[in-house]
Ligand binder design. Structure first.
Ligand SMILES: [Zn+2]
Length: 321
């Protein structure tokens, strides 16, 4: 399977949207179309929660009539899908409460609602959430401290000081996440704040001057003291909590000796049987299917033992009743 197909299976990563970035430079077009019948608005509250249907089954995207009281604040242009132009509109607490009451919807977080949304809605929510977070936290010029003004449909923030005028762009922080194998076993870790017996693949931010492969090797060594040889890209996933992209890797350990670093409470090798028995018996938990960690464990289990993680998780849920 190609990495593009694997990425599409990740949560928030199957957004079929034309971002139409050329239209961002046409402010008159954006204003006019935000007030047309084909405009739909992803509404976000100050916590980055979006307006969903009451059952959290889909995004509620009202049109310009319902959003008229708040269209004075320029909405951000997300892109076009079919005949619909999608925008994001950030609301304050009072406006969010009023919209929820008027539409019968509810504001919910992407982490809790992501799994129940259709792929398009989950991807659009992730996109809008990431953009809105950047806009809220990028208010002043990092060079001269003058206020910034949003332009380009919300995708650029320009310094208002005429002697400066530099532009800021939405920020995305790359993070690698990796399943390391020594052949028969995979390496998983547990963070100090996590529940007992809950394990995940190792992950960390990419640093300046580093390739993704260098970041994989450094993180695995820092966290578990394990030396990684070959590593290979698996898939990617937008992860707007608040501003990351997760870059999934598989890797092979040169030496399986573990020396625990400061970041983890525990790091261990698991054989396929041990992993499956632990999940089935309720003594071992893995990350949610929303995460790349789940996809990497799924991939490893499939390749190593021809076992489907979803079947194992389902049988554990059934046993739990
Ligand atoms: Zn400036």
């Amino acid at each position: 399977m190609l990495s593009s197909a694997r990425s599409r299976q990740n949560a928030f990563a199957a957004l079929e949207l034309d971002r139409a970035s050329e239209l961002r430079e046409r402010p008159d077009w954006l204003v006019e179309h935000a007030q047309s019948a084909q405009a739909r608005f992803v509404l976000l509250d100050p916590d980055g929660k979006a307006l969903l249907s009451a059952d959290h089954g889909h995004l509620l995207q009202p049109g310009c009539d319902a959003c008229a009281p708040w269209l004075g604040a320029a909405p951000s242009f997300l892109g076009r899908a079919g005949a619909t132009d999608h925008y994001a509109l950030a609301l304050d607490v009072d406006a969010a409460a009023r919209v929820a009451a008027e539409t019968g919807g509810a504001f919910a977080d992407l982490r809790s609602a992501g799994a129940s949304l259709p792929a398009f809605d989950a991807g659009l929510f992730a996109y809008a959430r990431g953009l809105a977070h950047w806009q809220r936290h990028t208010r002043f010029c990092p060079a001269c401290a003058a206020p910034l003004a949003l332009e380009a449909g919300g995708h650029r923030a320009k310094c208002t000081n005429p002697h400066c005028g530099i532009a800021q762009f939405p920020r995305t922080d790359p993070a690698i996440i990796v399943i390391v194998s020594d052949g028969a076993r995979c390496l998983l870790g547990r963070g100090p704040q996590w529940p007992q017996r809950r394990y995940s693949t190792l992950a960390g931010f990419v640093e300046p001057g580093e390739t993704l492969e260098d970041a994989v090797r450094r993180e695995v060594f820092e966290e578990a003291g394990v030396r990684v040889g070959e590593c290979d890209y698996h898939s990617s996933q937008p992860w707007p909590f608040p501003a990351s992209i997760m870059l999934g890797f598989t890797a092979r350990a040169d030496d399986a000796t573990i020396t625990l670093g400061a970041e983890l409470a525990e790091a261990r090798w698991f054989g396929a049987d041990e992993l499956v028995d632990g999940i089935r018996g309720g003594t071992l938990g893995v990350s949610s299917p929303l995460s790349v960690s789940y996809r990497l464990i799924e991939h490893w289990l499939r390749e190593t033992a021809a076992i489907e993680l979803a079947d194992v998780v389902a049988s554990a849920a059934k046993a739990k009743g």
